[in-house]
Design a protein around this ligand. Sequence first.
Ligand code: ATP
Ligand code: MG
Length: 418
Amino acid sequence: MLTNAPKGTKDVLPKEAYKWHYVENAFARLCERYGFEEIRTPVFEHTELFQRGVGDTTDIVQKEMYTWEQAKRSLTLRPEGTSPVVRAFVEHKLYAGVQPSKYYYNIPCFRYEKPQSGRLRAFHQFGVEIFGTNDMMADAEVIAIGHDFIKEMGIDDVELNINSIGCPDCRDKYRDALREFLKPKYDLLCDTCKDRYERNPMRILDCKSPEDQELVKGAPHMLDYLCDECRDAFEDLKENLTAMGIEYVVDPGIVRGLDYYTKTAFEFVSKKIGAQGTVCGGGRYDHLSEELGGPPIPGVGFGLGIERLLLTMEAGGVEIPAPEGADAFIAFVGDRAKLAGLKLCRELRLKGLKVEMDDMARNIKGQFKYADRLSVRNTIIIGEDELAEGKVSIKDMESGQQTQVDMDKVFDRLKGDR
Ligand code: ATP
Ligand code: MG
C-alpha cells in the first residue's frame, strides 16, 4: 500500500512552487531594503529552549511540540522562530557588535495542531527580529515591514491590530484582576486553564476551547493596567505608526500565544480566509534573552505564515506571474542531428538561455506536439541535410515564420528575441 504524507503536511508541487519563489524573493528583497540580514538556524533545538522561551503554560509547549529523545537529550522540532534566533544571537555573542541587529528568516515550523484550512502541522514562516533597542521606533519598523510586504503582495483586506500587554511590573496587578474576574467561573474552565489560573492566568484568554472563550468575555483589559513606562511606550508606538501613515486599530483582546511578549503585541488579520485569519503576528520580548540564560537584550519581531499569506492572496484574486516559457525547443531528425542538438542545447544553456529538448525518443511529429505543450518561443529544427551545411531552421512559434540560421548564430538570434 502507498504511504501518504502525514496528516497536516502539504506538498508544494511544481505548479505551485513558483508562487513560493515569488513571495520568498519579494520578502527577502524587502527586508534587505530595510537593512535586515538573513539568519538560518537548525530545524531542531534542545527542548528546554522552547520550554523556557515560549513558556511551559502555552498551548505550544503543553500540547503541540514534536519532541523526542536521542542519546539521552530531549530534542524538539522548531515550533517557532524567535527563540532559536535569540539563542544563536547569544551563543555567538553577536550582541558584542554594533547594535541594533536586524535579522530576517524563512523557516519551516512544526506544531501538533488540529489541521484545518490555514492550520498545518508542518508550515512555513517568514520572520524578522530587531535586537538591542527598546525604542518604539524598532517596533514601528517591524510593523512597517509586515505592512509593506502584505501591501506589496497585493492584499488589501488586511487590518493591523495592536495592543500592549505590559511588562512584568504592571502584569502582576493585571493578573490579580484577571483572577478576581475568573474566580466565580473557575469550576467551568477546562483542565488546562484550571492549572493556568494560578500559574499564568493570561494564557486563559488565549485558550482555544469555545467554552473558555465564552467565559473570558468581558474580562478586564491589560491596557487599563499599564504602568507609566508601558503606557508611554504604547503612545510612542502609535505616534510612530501615524507618522509613517500606517493605519491601525487598537484591539485590547490581543494576548498572543507565546509567553515571551512584553509591551507591543500586534496582528495583521485578513477577513477573507476564515477563522485562521491571522496572517502575521508579533510583538516585543524584552526578557526573552535573560529567560534563556543570556544577557538582557530587548527584542521585537514577527512571524508571518507563508501558507496563510498564499491563501489570502488567492482569496483576493492576486495573480502571481507564472514563469516564462523556454527560449527554444530543439527538435531533431536522426541520430547525427540528435547529437548535434545535444551539443547545441548544452551550449545555449551554458550561455544562460532556457532551452528544452525531447528525452523520450519521440518522432518529429511527437516532438513538435511536445514543444507546443511547453509553450516555447522558438523551435529549432535540426535535420540531416541542414546539418551537413552547418545550418538549422528556427521557427518563431508566435508568428509561425521559419528561417534558416547558421549553427553558430543561433545564440545571437535567440537572444535578440528575448
Ligand atoms: P493562531 O492564533 O492562528 O494559532 P499563533 O498565535 O499561533 O496563530 P504565531 O505563533 O505568532 O501564531 O505564528 C505566526 C504566524 O504563523 C501566524 O500568524 C500564522 O500566520 C502562522 N501560523 C501559526 N501556526 C500555524 C499553523 N499551524 N499552520 C499554518 N500557519 C501557522
Ligand atoms: Mg496558534
